[in-house]
Write a protein that binds this ligand. Structure first.
Ligand SMILES: *Cc1c(COP(=O)(O)O)cnc(C)c1O
Ligand SMILES: [Zn+2]
Length: 414
């Protein structure tokens, strides 16, 4: 293997050279690689996107042969209309794309389905990933599905839900006294020395996995009948998901399937906001600065350095969008609003999109006639502890009809 007759090239961001080899960095200058699909024969590609009923129906848009996909039923997540949230916001249309419905509970399953299919096609002896917990759990799941060994490197303070899941999928778990950016930086030498594949969900570490995430855009367009929302609101950790959703829309625009591009709103938490800070200064994407001591409750987006921050900020600028930051309190409040108004339970990083929508609406950035989609990247069960801190656990009552009635009356405020 090594050279495929597939409709894509890997293109180097630094020197611009193309290659058809399966490599993770540019063979000429070690630059970061992007998959670029030629999309010649637009009618064929349009009909694939129009007819797709599930994730692997998008196979011609993936950088894999894909004869034996490593799949657990990822993607094809529900787009949920949120009319009560919309009326609270004074808006026409608000929707949430519930990525928490993926097999391991986050959109990272889209990434790892592609990454492990590629690893299988390249006969990788083993895989390793640096993660804040969700990408690692997803890697562990797809490693189990493929039978390829997997090492997951996470910050020592990663919560129980993510650790338990990763261990139950049978991965080798390594906890490091550092943050997620530290974990990721440790991998390069290990991969080089051992010949393992890096499954970290950043283009600089794995140029293939991000092509899974762009299917969020394909599904949105299909489910909105080829109309485009005014805003797509996405959390930024490394910036990969925002960049990939934008790329998916660009491909559809190039193919003439959609009439215009959406505006991208990227959301970070106040104590870890490298991209928002650059945006506020109007700085160039290359000028994004690493955060020294990242803090916050939204651990899935607590990346000190956003590895895909440049492409994310460029997408924000190009689309006429914004980068916003929200506080832990706003996230907690938004998690409750989303749960009560739509029945969707989001983890803090994902509830941040709803918090940002409230903030952007108040600031008049998002208008009342606009339609917005919040990407709920992960399931609330990924961080049960956070949710429990926001509510009062009810007392345990005696097992009697009288006690039950008394408790109901109390809840009714009687
Ligand atoms: C990984 C992750 C993000 C951030 O994605 P990036 O591609 O790193 O920007 C957001 N939310 C959840 C739940 C995640 O797991
Ligand atoms: Zn190069």
């Amino acid at each position: 293997l090594g050279v495929y007759e597939m409709g894509y090239d890997l293109v180097c961001r630094a020197c611009g050279r193309h290659t058809k080899q399966d490599v993770f960095r540019c063979p000429h200058c070690n630059g970061i690689l992007d998959c670029r699909f030629d999309l010649e024969d637009p009618p064929r590609y349009r009909s694939i996107l129009q007819g797709a009923k599930g994730f692997w129906d998008y196979r011609p848009f993936f950088p894999v042969a894909g004869e034996r996909p490593v799949s657990l039923g990822e993607g094809n997540t529900p787009l949920v209309a949120a009319p009560r949230l919309a009326s609270q916001l004074g808006m026409q249309g608000v929707y949430v794309k519930n990525e928490g419905m993926n097999p391991s509970g986050t959109f990272k399953d889209r990434c790892q389905s592609i990454a492990y299919t590629k690893a299988q096609e390249m006969a990788a002896p083993a895989t390793i990933i640096g993660s804040a917990g969700n990408a690692g759990a997803a890697a562990a799941a797809y490693a189990a599905a493929s039978g390829i060994p997997c090492f997951v490197v996470v910050p020592a303070d990663t919560n129980m839900e993510r650790l338990a899941q990763t261990l139950q999928y049978g991965a080798n778990l390594i906890r490091v006294q550092g943050n997620v950016s530290d974990c990721i930086e440790l991998l390069e030498t290990v991969c080089k020395e051992r010949g393992w594949q890096d499954m970290t969900t950043a283009h600089s570490h794995n140029p293939f996995q991000g092509e899974g995430t762009k299917t969020i855009a394909y599904e949105l367009a299909r489910d909105m009948e080829w109309d485009v929302p005014d805003w797509i609101i996405v959390p930024i950790g490394g910036g990969g998901i925002l960049s990939s959703i934008y790329k998916g829309y660009q491909e559809m625009y190039t193919l003439g399937l959609i009439p215009r591009m959406p505006k991208m709103a990227g959301v970070q938490e106040a104590g870890c906001a490298a991209v928002a800070e650059a945006f506020e200064k109007g700085a160039a994407p290359q000028a994004i600065q690493r955060v020294q001591n990242p803090t916050g409750v939204a651990v899935a987006i607590k990346d000190a350095y956003p590895l895909d921050g440049e492409t994310a900020l460029q997408a924000i600028y190009d689309s006429g969008g914004v980068a916003a930051r929200v506080t832990a309190g706003q996230i907690a409040q938004a998690q409750g609003e989303l749960g009560r108004s739509c029945g969707v339970f989001a983890e803090p990083a994902s509830a941040a999109t709803v918090a940002a929508l409230f903030k952007l609406r108040e600031a008049g950035v998002v208008q009342k006639e606009d339609r917005a989609v919040c990407i709920i990247t992960g399931n609330g069960l990924k961080d049960a502890g956070f949710a429990l801190q926001q509510i009062l656990q009810p007392p345990a009552i005696p097992m009697s009809q009288a006690a039950l009635n008394a408790q109901i009356d109390q809840l009714l405020g009687n």
